[in-house]
Write a protein that binds this ligand. Structure first.
Ligand SMILES: NC(=O)c1ccc[n+]([C@@H]2O[C@H](COP(=O)([O-])OP(=O)(O)OC[C@H]3O[C@@H](n4cnc5c(N)ncnc54)[C@H](O)[C@@H]3O)[C@@H](O)[C@H]2O)c1
Ligand SMILES: [Zn+2]
Length: 405
């Protein structure tokens, strides 16, 4: 039985943050990240709107980027003390994802992290609280998805939690919040959204309900991302909607191995000084994975359809796929995203010498490859890679070499 699930309500457009005034409840816990929501005044506004609605409000702040299991446990403990009936998560994918995981632990205090990461295996939520998500980045679309990504820093692995139970009840997609994003964040989150839409369109779980959302998101991102990066605010606003449409698609059609590889490389080299930022990882791996997946006939046809919708030209399926790959690489170029891990430098900028040394990459490759194969996103990829193929693919992503297998 196929299922298509989205939040019950989605408020969109400039100024819709104000919708919080209409919420009904006793206590709201507002979860935010490191400070951007406070700095730009959105946190104060959200708190006062909720107070205007008659609620007692408590803030849980300081949720780090790529949130940890520890943070989730701390937040859940705060929720157990405060007993909110609304959880309002605001900010980038990180605080919203962390709040989703806290919500599970708040509703089921005895649940372990190992039980939480069982794909589509969560118990029923909403016995204690409802969940509202308000994104401030234009990429993860976690405000409409059934996913949350939590990092186990002891293992150096990102785990996707996946279940329609954690699809938020309400999403507020207010582009005002995205207008303050710095350029680099626009680039990375925008390519994350492009990857969501493309992976959803070729996923083995795609359907008539997800295809239109994925395709329309792809064409919007193609048109709007680079002008948004270059400072056009109307395009920035459109990108906020586009990423959300991509999210509606992939939450129901699932993803593929670009995400498996991004999840398993993201924190794998943190001892060498940095994360590979989620969106940048996707942007680098997507063209390589398209070449790999295109050996599957159905996937090849669907990539060619994407190229057609993007009006990229080409006569044959192979030509169209080559043009799609070239177009995505040119987007990376325009957005100042490196094409491979070897050139992935500080802050995700292109560099002659990246921060992941070749020797270290090669030493860790077999383990990263087997972790990527085991990732929850691999199951819906159109082509199932063997250990050897996954290692070769990751090497192509390191050296920027051609995928011919
Ligand atoms: N749940 C899902 O469906 C899903 C999908 C894709 C990715 N993810 C996960 O989401 C996380 C990444 O989320 P993200 O890309 O949104 O970034 P993020 O939440 O990690 O935020 C990155 C930085 O941007 C700042 N920031 C956020 N909004 C801002 C704004 N409007 N103005 C200025 N600064 C702002 C934050 O303070 C932070 O320092 C990763 O952990 C990734 O694995 C989740
Ligand atoms: Zn993503």
């Amino acid at each position: 039985m196929a299922r298509f699930t989205l939040p019950r309500d989605l408020y969109h457009g400039k100024g819709t943050l104000e919708t919080l005034k209409t919420f009904e409840g006793k206590r709201a816990m507002v979860c935010v990240g490191g400070g951007s929501m406070k700095r730009f005044g959105f946190l104060d506004r959200a708190v006062s709107y909720l107070q205007e609605a008659g609620m007692e409000v408590q803030v849980f702040d300081g949720i780090e980027s790529d949130p940890s299991v520890d943070t989730v446990m701390r937040g859940a403990a705060e929720m157990l003390k405060f007993q909110p009936d609304w959880i309002v998560a605001m900010g980038g994918g990180s605080p919203i994802d962390a709040a989703k995981a806290m919500w599970i632990k708040y509703e089921y205090p005895d649940i372990t992290f190992e039980e939480m990461i069982k794909v589509f295996g969560l118990p029923k939520l909403r016995k204690k609280a409802h969940f509202c998500a308000i994104p401030s980045t234009s990429g993860t679309a976690t405000e409409v998805t059934a996913f949350s990504v939590i990092t186990d820093y002891e293992k150096g692995i990102k785990y996707p939690l996946a279940d329609f139970e954690i699809t938020p009840d309400v999403a507020i997609v207010d582009p005002d919040l995205a207008e303050t994003m710095p350029q680099k964040l626009v680039a990375h989150t925008g390519m994350d959204a492009m990857t969501h839409a493309i992976e959803a369109y070729v996923s083995t779980a795609n359907c008539s309900f997800t295809d239109p959302l994925a395709i329309f998101a792809i064409t919007m991102i193609q048109k709007d991302l680079i002008p948004s990066y270059n400072g056009e605010m109307e395009k920035r606003d459109l990108m906020h909607n586009a990423q959300c449409l991509a999210g509606m698609a992939f939450s129901n059609a699932l993803l593929g191995i670009v995400h498996s590889m991004a999840h398993k490389t993201g924190a794998a080299f943190q001892d060498y000084g940095a994360h590979i930022i989620h969106g940048a990882a996707n942007a680098m791996y997507l063209p390589k994975v398209i070449a790999f997946n295109a050996k599957d006939e159905t996937a090849a046809r669907r990539y060619a359809e994407i190229a057609d919708f993007m009006h990229l030209g080409g006569e044959t399926v192979a030509e169209k796929i080559a043009l799609l790959i070239a177009h995505l690489r040119s987007m990376n170029e325009a957005l100042n995203i490196p094409q491979c891990i070897r050139h992935y430098g500080a802050d995700g900028m292109p560099a002659e010498e990246g921060f992941v040394p070749e020797q270290v990459f090669l030493e860790r490759l077999p383990e990263i490859a087997s972790n990527a194969i085991a990732d929850a996103c691999t199951g819906s990829n159109p082509r199932q890679p063997s250990q050897e193929e996954m290692e070769k693919l990751l090497k192509c992503c390191y050296y920027d070499t051609e995928v011919d297998f």
